[in-house]
Design a protein around this ligand. Structure first.
Ligand SMILES: Cc1ncc(COP(=O)(O)O)c(C=O)c1O
Length: 400
């Protein structure tokens, strides 16, 4: 009998080598208690959180928490059914209305995760004879959506407008074309040149889907994302988003003005063949989304945090993923996995949690320490974080 697990041997070996060096497992951290969006207790000690996607700090918002508790009391712990059977409660309609209001769009469809939103929308609208042109650094859920729909995948070099145009021009006349872009690319924290790219898409007859998972709530005048910030949101056919980042809970969605959008509720398998979100989750999401509409001060403070951390880390001598801060994600580039893991552990020992990211999730085989800021990090906390980076960087030889 052949062992179906033998394909994992290289990963097992890499993991064992890393753990044999005595390092704490960077992919197995337990939060023993979470005190706020920015502080948790890990290994018995106070730890500043700089690796969550809690950009707008909504997880402990009193109104959000109260809405969840009320829904739990009123509607119970779960729906036990698909949205198209017994799984649509008033709360699901309310969160879809909140999304339509937030984005000023005609339609909103909520999925159980952002992963399923990409999987469902892409696989349903782009089938076997259609072409999906996508940035090579696209999230796994985008690739998986293309694979599930059996579409022809045409990748182009990251953020390269000319490469996108060339790929589009090579697609046979009359074929269905979907271009998939992200507002913020989560590994390096860089943004897409959506204005130019969307113009190219429209000139070449392609529909456009933009995943704004890492920009919702923060980027753009109303927090609608990079497409809003660059003035092209009206040209986007589908926006994908998630509740697991700025919204502060779990779930995913697609918003659109397409006149036939509602038919997707009957033909999209990752929407139909799974249970809907629990009432408490949709109640927290709806409350959070409505509060995010009115969060200009928090957005401004988050930009300040991002600029302060970026400048401070550069000054310490770290190599960063972007020349200027472009989002709430600041990526620190490490020379290799061993150094990255050592630095990650040293930071944890200092009392700071960041994300260690490595291939295949990262572009160009990079090992990254990804820092994601929260609107509730104080100026003092950012100062503390920089002190920890200085100490850990010197202890591991990452900076001199
Ligand atoms: C760009 C992008 N799209 C989609 C997702 C999936 O979101 P969710 O956590 O809701 O499944 C992520 C998650 O990290 C993401 O980064």
């Amino acid at each position: 009998m052949s062992d179906l697990f033998s394909k994992f041997d290289p990963v097992i070996e890499q993991r064992e080598t890393l753990l044999e060096s005595g390092i704490t497992d960077p992919f197995n951290l337990v939060m023993e208690r979470v005190e706020s969006p920015t502080v948790a207790i890990c290994n018995g000690r106070r730890t500043i959180l700089l690796g969550t996607y809690n950009y707008m700090g909504m997880t402990f918002d009193p109104d959000v928490v109260a809405a969840g508790k009320q829904a739990l009391d009123d509607f119970g712990s779960g729906t036990t059914g698909s949205r198209v059977l017994n799984g649509t409660y008033v709360g699901h309609k309310a969160v879809e209305q909140a999304l339509k209001d937030f984005y000023a769009m005609d339609h909103a469809m909520v999925f159980s995760t952002g992963y399923q939103a990409n999987l469902g929308i892409i696989s349903t609208i782009a089938g076997k004879d259609d072409y999906v042109v996508l940035d090579i650094d696209s999230h796994a859920s985008i690739y998986d959506g293309c694979a599930m729909g059996n579409a022809q995948i045409v990748p182009f070099r990251h953020n390269d407008i000319e490469a996108l145009e060339k790929r589009l021009k090579r697609i046979p006349e009359g074929a269905g074309k979907l271009v998939v872009l992200e507002g913020v690319y989560s590994m390096l924290g860089d943004i897409a040149p959506l204005r130019e790219m969307i113009a190219v898409c429209k000139a070449n007859g392609a529909m456009v889907l933009v995943d704004e998972a890492h920009s919702m709530g923060f980027i753009g005048e109303h927090g609608r994302g990079v497409a809003e910030a660059q003035g092209v949101i009206d040209d986007v056919d589908f926006i994908i988003g998630t509740f697991s980042k700025s919204v502060g809970t779990v779930g995913g969605f697609c918003v659109s003005n397409h006149p036939k959008f509602e038919i997707l509720r009957l033909v999209c398998r990752p929407y139909v063949f799974t249970a809907s979100l629990p009432p408490s989750v949709v109640a927290t999401a709806a409350t959070s989304i409505r509060k995010l509409m009115d969060s200009a001060d928090k957005r401004a403070h988050l930009w300040e945090n991002s600029k302060r951390l970026h400048a401070g880390l550069r000054q310490l001598g770290f190599t960063l993923g972007t020349q200027e801060p472009q989002s709430a994600i600041i990526a620190v580039i490490m020379p290799d996995l061993e150094k990255g893991a050592a630095m990650w552990e040293a930071l944890l020992n200092e009392g700071l949690y960041v994300n260690l990211a490595r291939p295949p999730a990262t572009p160009a085989g990079m090992t990254l320490l990804r820092c994601s800021l929260c609107a509730l990090h104080t100026e003092d906390q950012v100062g503390e974080i920089l002190g920890m980076f200085a100490a850990a960087g010197r202890a591991t030889g990452c900076i001199s």
